[in-house]
Design a protein around this ligand. Structure first.
Ligand SMILES: [Zn+2]
Length: 357
C-alpha cells in the first residue's frame, strides 16, 4: 500500500519477501542538490495530462495525493493546466517535458517546495473549489526559475524567488493578453542581493518581483520578454548569477542599466519618497502651471521614469512622462485651463511612496 516518490520517473519497483518494497526513480536532467526529494506514504496517484496544442506534445502530470482528501485536492490540481498555458506564453515549454510534472501532497503545516519535477505542497493549502492557485503557480514557475536556471549562490536567491513571485503573478492575474501585477507598496528591509540576514525574506520575494516589474516598464514588453527567453535559453540546465543577468539586460537593451540595479537591487534603501506640490497661476489668458517634485529620503537620490497624470479644471486629463534624477525636479508648462490635480505614477509602475502637499 505504501508508495514512494522522487524526482523524475519510476523505472522499477521490487517487492521483497520481508514486506519491504524498493522504488527506483531516474531523471535524465541535471538537478542541483537542494531540489532532490523523497516522500513515502499511502498515496493515491492521480495521472493526468495537459494537451499542448501549440506543439502537439502532451505534458504528463502525476500527482501523489492523500487518500482521505483525494477529491478535494484533485479539484484544485485542475488549475495546473490553466497555469501552464498562461506561463508558457512567457517562459516557453516546460523544461522537463520528457519526464513529467507533479504535486506531492505533504503534511507540512503550510507552503510548498519546488523539487525538480515534483513540487511538494502542504495538504492545508488544498481546500477544493479550485484553491491554491497562487502557491501552485509559484512552485510551477520555479521549474523554470530556480530549477532550469539555478541561482549561482544564495546571494543570488532573488533569481529564484523574485522571479517565481513575479511569474506566479503573471500566471495568476494575467488573462489573455493583458498583464496585471499586484505587488505590495511597502518599505522593504535590506537589499534584494543578499549579503547578510535571512535570505527567504519579503525583500527577496516581493521587492525582487518589483525589480522585474520596473524593468519591464523600462524596457517595454517586447524587449523584456525577449530578455526572459534569452535568460532561460542561455543558462538552461545550469546556473546564473545576478551579474550574469545584468549583463544580459545590457546586451538585450543595448544600454547600460547598471544604475538601475545599483539603486533597486544592491542598495539597502527601500524606495523613493516623493513630495508633490502644484501651482497654477493665471497671467493674461494663460495658466502657468508648475509641479514641484522632491525626493525626501536622505540617503540617496533615485533615478526613474515617472508618469504624471495631470487633471485640469475642465476635467480633461493628460499623462506625461518625466525622468527624475535630482532631489528637486520642477516641471512647468502653460495651459489654457487651470491645473487641478496631479497624480504621480497612477498605474503603479514604480515602487515608491508619495505625499501630496
Ligand atoms: Zn519560492
Amino acid at each position: 500500500k505504501i508508495k514512494a516518490v522522487s524526482n523524475g520517473l519510476l523505472i522499477d519497483s521490487t517487492s521483497f519477501s520481508n514486506g519491504y518494497k524498493k522504488f527506483t526513480y531516474k531523471s535524465k536532467y541535471p538537478v542541483t542538490h537542494y531540489l532532490l526529494f523523497v516522500a513515502g506514504g499511502e498515496y493515491e496517484i492521480l495521472k493526468d495530462k495537459n494537451t499542448d496544442f501549440s506543439s502537439s506534445e502532451d505534458l504528463l502530470l502525476e500527482h501523489f495525493l492523500f487518500k482521505e482528501t483525494f477529491d478535494r485536492s484533485r479539484e484544485d490540481l485542475e488549475l495546473i493546466k490553466v497555469i501552464y498555458e498562461r506561463l508558457k506564453r512567457f517562459t516557453g515549454d516546460y523544461p522537463f517535458k520528457d519526464e513529467l510534472y507533479g504535486i506531492v501532497e505533504v503534511s507540512w503545516p503550510f507552503g510548498g517546495m519546488e523539487h525538480q519535477t515534483r513540487s511538494a505542497i502542504s495538504t492545508d493549502a488544498f481546500k477544493g473549489l479550485y484553491s491554491a492557485y497562487g502557491l501552485q503557480a509559484h512552485e510551477f514557475a520555479h521549474q523554470w526559475f530556480g530549477n532550469l536556471v539555478t541561482c549561482k549562490s544564495w546571494k543570488d536567491i532573488w533569481l529564484n524567488e523574485g522571479f517565481a513571485t513575479y511569474f506566479e503573478q503573471l500566471a495568476y492575474l494575467s488573462k489573455d493578453n493583458e498583464i496585471k501585477i499586484d505587488l505590495p507598496e511597502v518599505d522593504f528591509y535590506g537589499s534584494v542581493y543578499k549579503t547578510d540576514g535571512f535570505i527567504f525574506s519579503r525583500t527577496v520575494y516581493d521587492k525582487g518581483a518589483w525589480i522585474l516589474e520596473m524593468l519591464r516598464h523600462e524596457l517595454g514588453n517586447e524587449k523584456f520578454f525577449r530578455l526572459i527567453r534569452e535568460y532561460l535559453n542561455w543558462y538552461k540546465y545550469s546556473n546564473a548569477s545576478t551579474e550574469d543577468f545584468i549583463q544580459l539586460v545590457n546586451q538585450v537593451s543595448q544600454k547600460d542599466y547598471r544604475w538601475f540595479f545599483d539603486q533597486w537591487l544592491y542598495s539597502r534603501i527601500s524606495r523613493p519618497f516623493f513630495e508633490v506640490k502644484l501651482k497654477s497661476e493665471k497671467r493674461d489668458n494663460h495658466y502657468f502651471c508648475r509641479v514641484d517634485l522632491k525626493q525626501l529620503q536622505p540617503e540617496m537620490i533615485f533615478q526613474t521614469h515617472l508618469d504624471l497624470k495631470l487633471i485640469f479644471d475642465d476635467e480633461s486629463e493628460k499623462t506625461i512622462q518625466v525622468f527624475v534624477d535630482a532631489r528637486h525636479k520642477v516641471i512647468s508648462f502653460q495651459s489654457d485651463v487651470e491645473l487641478n490635480q496631479v497624480l504621480i505614477d497612477p498605474e503603479n509602475k514604480i515602487l515608491k511612496s508619495v505625499v501630496y502637499k
